[in-house]
Ligand binder design. Sequence first.
Ligand code: G6P
Length: 614
Amino acid sequence: MCGIVGYLGNKEAYPILIKGLHRLEYRGYDSAGVALVNKDNELKVFKAKGKVIDLENFTKDKDISGTIGIAHTRWATHGEPNDINAHPHYSQSSSLALIHNGIIENYAIIKEDLINRGFNFQSDTDTEVLVQLIEYIKNTNKVCLEKAVQLALTQAIGAYAIAVIEKNNPDMIVAARKSSPLVIGIGDDEFFLASDATPIIEYTNRVIYLDDEEIAVIQRGKEVKIKTISDVEKTHEIKELEMSLNELEKGGYPHFMLKEIHEQPRRIEEAMRGRINVEGNTVSLAGIIDNKEKFLKAKRILIVACGTSWHAGLIGEYLIEELARIPVEVEYASEFRYRNPIINKGDIVIAISQSGETADTLAAIELARRNGAFVYGICNVVGSSIPRNTDSGSYTHVGPEIGVASTKAFTAQVTVLSLIAMTIAKLKGTIDPIHFECLVKELSLIPEKMKKTLELNQRIYEFARIFTYAKNFIYLGRGYNYPVALEGALKLKEISYIHAEGYPAAEMKHGPIALIDAEMPVVVIAPNKGMYEKTISNIQEVKARKGKVIAIVTEGDETVKKMSDYSIEIPETEECFVPLLAAIPLQLLAYHIAVVKGCNVDQPRNLAKSVTVE
Ligand code: G6P
């Protein structure tokens, strides 16, 4: 969703801002803009609907000089994507320019009041209201920009990360956040500002993460000043980023998504490093061990997440219930936060999120903590809001995920959930020691088996070419593979825009079977574990209606292979780890279908990587 970049230093700001916007493209957006103060103290705003490149083309013959500036990629919420609604927004007198990520929920009331006071609005956005309000307060109260921002924000209800600059003031950016992320990069005599660290890492690895309801005043030649909206001064520790620039490049792959699919063996190994020891036959996650009593006593675990992370959560439910024998409920964070759920003291809430910034998941965490639950986070982005708002947790450690369709983050989340289930099971004694030893060995072999699975790439590309005709797809799986079916269907619709439904295979009879005809591709995850025979019956039901079966089978399985139209063989593994391998051919299938269809795989239409508004 909306991306923010800012620069204040000795270099020309424009190239740094544009590069920063390119780094943030992965978040999803529909227009872009930039504001600069030049050496004559003029404040110029340039914006364009479309991609960052459209903005670059638009500014080709313009004065883009200046060593201070702010820039933005907009993902439309209020007002259609067009040049006018793009950020930055000017204030009435054009003396201020502001960029915003979030939603000002009470914008209509403020707007009406300002209109009555003679303000004119150019756009349909909630954002413009903020910049007008800041100007109004600044002029009527005769206060500096910093104070005006502070007073304006006390009136704003909703979520925001903002940055404001002003004409005649080439030395200052005022920024603030509430429920939307903002990071300040500290260089040598220069400062950076961004929604996440990706635009900053090229220049410095020293950052400050702003907390909710904080305002930062960034000034040339001075230290960053931070205070709360209620005027309490704050000091922040400068953190060191762990990210490397290479991780933000495609590394020879045509798309980030393909790179990230191929990274999985290495990344999963990293996710397990120090947490699993095959020789010692141990699995241990520090976050669980440190809170051992809580997990031993837990009567219930609630998992909250969105999108792909929710699918990982469903697999977590199967894993934790089977191995650790604790009842688990999995819920969409967006439902949980608004339905007055029952949360008992002693309940554990596990929040799963790749970005660590998903607004609904953050709100669900807040609700759970208010009600006395212990909240454990499973996140990828180090230093993001969710790990900073949970009681404990585990990082997935897969490095930046740039492709909008989540791949390596999903398998890493399932890996961490496996480690959680195994750690608790061992502590509680709910797992047979021989079974435990077998799972430890098998989990450690998953990276090698993933490598083998990736060798299927070419074969899957060939299938993909056959199925680009399809308007619909059905994905079926049972047990641990039911969430994999959901995830396979989600991958396909996200990037190829083909309608796809994931179902537990046995539920097919209760509806989706009506859709099956000779045109319908049905992907069935049918390993030789779990309800193998039952899944075979479901395949027969599809075949009887002339559906085209693409089966994901265990290496050497001739039975399912013979009855399917197409088959993809994955290495044999324990039933609970099949999702870690079965997800890969489904990721590749979606990827190749989307590429053959000419879709923008890394930045699919309408989607955002980091969903920072509800
Ligand atoms: C968006 C992304 C998905 C992701 C979901 C949840 O929809 O496009 O890939 O699964 O948000 O995001 P999170 O960062 O919380 O895992």
